[in-house]
Design a protein around this ligand. Structure first.
Ligand code: UT7
Length: 339
């Protein structure tokens, strides 16, 4: 068993519990065949997705986030009163403001917590985890709820076959805790790296609806307030950036890809996941995939996968877990967790 060293720049932060929530309604590839010119065969071979979850009428991002949060708190054995910070990573907030994190704070009754959102698209959960780690490191906060939650069905152009087959709704959460004695604990965050390249923002975005391009009766029919993506270009950057980020996070932790027990990559496309595994040298049986059931839930993919891996017994003491994500911005991030 390899025990990575404790980063001297940080006190020990651990993932003390995880939770996730997926809405009940399932939209299959067969359903999509009736909506746009597509086929189960195309979606399966090009993406690996078979079905995705869609939030119920009236169910918002904060509702799903709050449910994932309750499950994470239960698994971490903390109460809402114990929380002193809530960070929600999302690109599909309930509204521009207040932050979705404020709405979650109210829904779960976390009266002692400060709360704010982070917008880093599919890398949002890992960005939020690192921000939480900095708060914990300064001694400022001890028990932090980090959530990735998305209702992407509200941002999808359901007439665009290039994008509508890819995305789904859901939420995942983790409770991060400061460990004072500096000892080794399961779920220890060992290293994190993050990156951004705003010059490529145009390749994956929702161009309208914000201050730069408010939706008006004149431009509403152009569907500018939905997801626009240059799929092929995004694909190439996703593979390159996630491989480099993974290598950097491992190097920072003093580890090699052969030490990785479980790779949990952002779930966007099975071809991207396979390419990363091949380049890093992590075999498929050590790679977590639930993309077939949920599609791409942006900031929620990693915490949902982490929760499923933990609950299904795939995380054991001594395991080295490599998390890696890539998304609009572009943004990317990778974290090594010692379980
Ligand atoms: O989460 C953030 C990061 N996101 C990603 O990393 C996503 C990255 N991109 C991808 O996963 C892939 O680029 C896609 C799955 C989005 C697309 O796969 P692709 O192999 O790059 O296909 P393409 O966009 O190059 O399109 C190939 C063909 C086109 O037809 P023509 O022009 O060759 O006749 C598309 O019109 O496939 C067509 N096509 C479809 N056909 C059936 C595109 N979408 C569909 C569809 N069903 N849903």
């Amino acid at each position: 068993m390899t025990t990575p060293p404790i980063d001297p720049d940080f006190c020990v932060t651990t993932i003390a519990g995880t939770g996730s929530y997926l809405p009940e309604r399932i939209l299959t590839n067969a359903d999509l065949q009736h909506m746009v010119d597509t086929s189960d065969e195309w979606i399966t071979t090009r993406t690996g997705i078979k079905e995705r979850r869609i939030a119920a009428e009236g169910q918002s991002t904060s509702d799903m986030a709050a449910e994932a949060a309750r499950r994470a708190m239960e698994s971490a054995n903390v109460t809402a009163d114990d929380l002193d910070l809530i960070i929600v990573a999302t690109v599909s907030p309930d509204m521009f403001f207040p932050a979705t994190a404020c709405l979650v704070q109210d829904k779960i009754g976390a009266r002692n917590a400060i709360a704010f959102d982070i917008s880093a698209a599919c890398s949002g959960f890992l960005f939020a985890m690192q921000v939480a780690r900095h708060f914990i490191n300064t001694g400022n906060r001890r028990t932090v709820l980090v959530i990735g939650a998305e209702k992407l069905s509200s941002l999808v152009n359901w007439d665009d076959r290039n994008t509508c087959v890819l995305f789904g709704d859901g939420a995942g959460a983790a409770v991060l805790k400061r460990i004072d004695n500096g000892g080794d604990q399961p779920g220890r965050v060992v290293s994190t790296v993050m990156g951004t390249d705003g010059s490529l923002a145009h390749l994956l975005r929702v161009p309208g609806g914000g201050a730069a391009c408010p939706i008006t009766p004149d431009n509403a029919d152009q569907r500018l307030n939905t997801i626009h993506m240059e799929g092929r270009e995004t694909f190439k950057h996703a593979v390159t950036r996630m491989c480099h980020a993974s290598e950097e996070a491992l190097a920072k932790a003093g580890l090699k890809a052969s030490d990785v027990t479980l790779l949990i990559p952002h779930q966007a496309n099975h071809r991207i996941i396979s390419a990363i595994g091949e380049r890093l040298g992590v075999p498929a049986e050590r790679t977590f995939v639930n993309l077939d059931r949920y599609g791409n839930t942006s900031a929620a993919t990693i915490p949902i996968a982490l929760d499923e891996a933990r609950r299904s017994g795939r995380l054991k003491r001594g395991d080295i877990v490599l998390l890696v994500a890539f998304g609009g911005g572009f943004t990317w991030a990778s974290s090594v967790i010692a379980w």
